[in-house]
Design a protein around this ligand. Structure first.
Ligand SMILES: Nc1ncnc2c1ncn2[C@@H]1O[C@H](COP(=O)(O)OP(=O)(O)OP(=O)(O)O)[C@@H](O)[C@H]1O
Length: 260
């Protein structure tokens, strides 16, 4: 396995109008291997989204660096796809046109219009949205819009997908079904994933490793947990295993102690 993303002693803080400089991330270091699914979990406000933005090149660290295959990340790149909790879909375009628009915008000149259409159709089908391909965002439910966003991120074929609470705003049933879809997609696709979530069960079901951030200011990686379940994963088998219950308890405990 080769290390694809390396986070080398990064720190990040923000200047606050009244309180001066506020450190958010302390010295954070870890690496993610090619094809690995790593989840970042931690107390609210610990800096998970900030860390993901630094990985995506949307924020620069104050010190340290993040490298993608040994090259420092200095800004957004199409090699790094991002999915946020709220998708910004263009309301005047259909689901399929939204995916094609992103493909048009990503600067690759090696895809013909027919290939882009084919890619958009493939990914909308994989997130079970073929029927809704011609609908505009206003005609789609929140879960469906989120699936368009996921299809769009996958269609871009970035090597690394950075997911910031992509299922956070959804009801429990939709969330469960989308977790299942993400599990299948991540197992079928040779990509590297970094997911931010609050949900311990989601983290255990999807990840190969879970990094627990401590409560800031100056959050650090408090724990780096290897998830022992093989792949492909069967949800019911995983959830009924002894390991699962033990890990779940440990994670909840370390999240509670991180927040103290
Ligand atoms: N652009 C910014 N300017 C100023 N402060 C910021 C900025 N972005 C984040 N912060 C601050 O950094 C801290 C961490 O925020 P962040 O959103 O990264 O945490 P989080 O762990 O993702 O939180 P949550 O779990 O609640 O979504 C917060 O105190 C937040 O106010």
């Amino acid at each position: 396995m080769t290390e694809q993303l390396t986070v080398e002693a990064i720190t990040k803080g923000f200047a606050h109008r009244k309180r001066g400089f506020q450190p958010v991330l302390g010295e954070i270091s870890f690496s993610v291997e090619e094809g690995e699914f790593v989840t970042i979990i931690g107390p609210s406000g610990s800096g998970k989204s900030t860390l993901l933005k630094v990985l995506a090149g949307l924020e620069l660290p104050d010190s340290g660096r993040v490298c993608l295959e040994a090259r420092p990340i200095t800004g957004p790149s199409r090699r790094l796809g991002v999915v946020f909790q709220q998708h910004v879909l263009l309301p005047w375009l259909t689901a399929e046109q939204n995916v094609i628009f992103a493909l048009d915008a990503d600067g690759r000149s090696d895809r013909s219009p027919a290939q882009k259409e084919e890619l958009a159709e493939k990914w909308l089908d994989l997130v079970h949205l073929s029927e809704a391909a011609d609908k505009k965002p206003g005609q789609l439910s929140g879960g469906m819009q989120q699936r368009v966003g996921i299809a769009r991120a996958f269609a871009l074929e970035s090597e690394v997908l950075l997911l910031d609470e992509p299922l956070g705003a959804l009801d429990a049933l939709t969330r469960h079904s989308l977790q299942q879809q993400l599990l299948h997609l991540s197992e079928q696709e040779k990509r590297t994933f970094v997911l931010v979530t609050h949900d311990v069960d989601e983290a255990l079901m999807l990840s190969d490793r879970i990094l627990v951030l401590s409560q800031g200011p100056g959050a650090r990686v408090q724990q780096d947990i290897r998830v022992p379940f093989g792949r492909p994963r069967d949800r019911e088998a995983v959830e009924s295993s002894e390991d699962y219950l033990g890990l779940r308890r440990d994670l909840l405990e370390s999240l509670t102690s991180a927040a103290d």
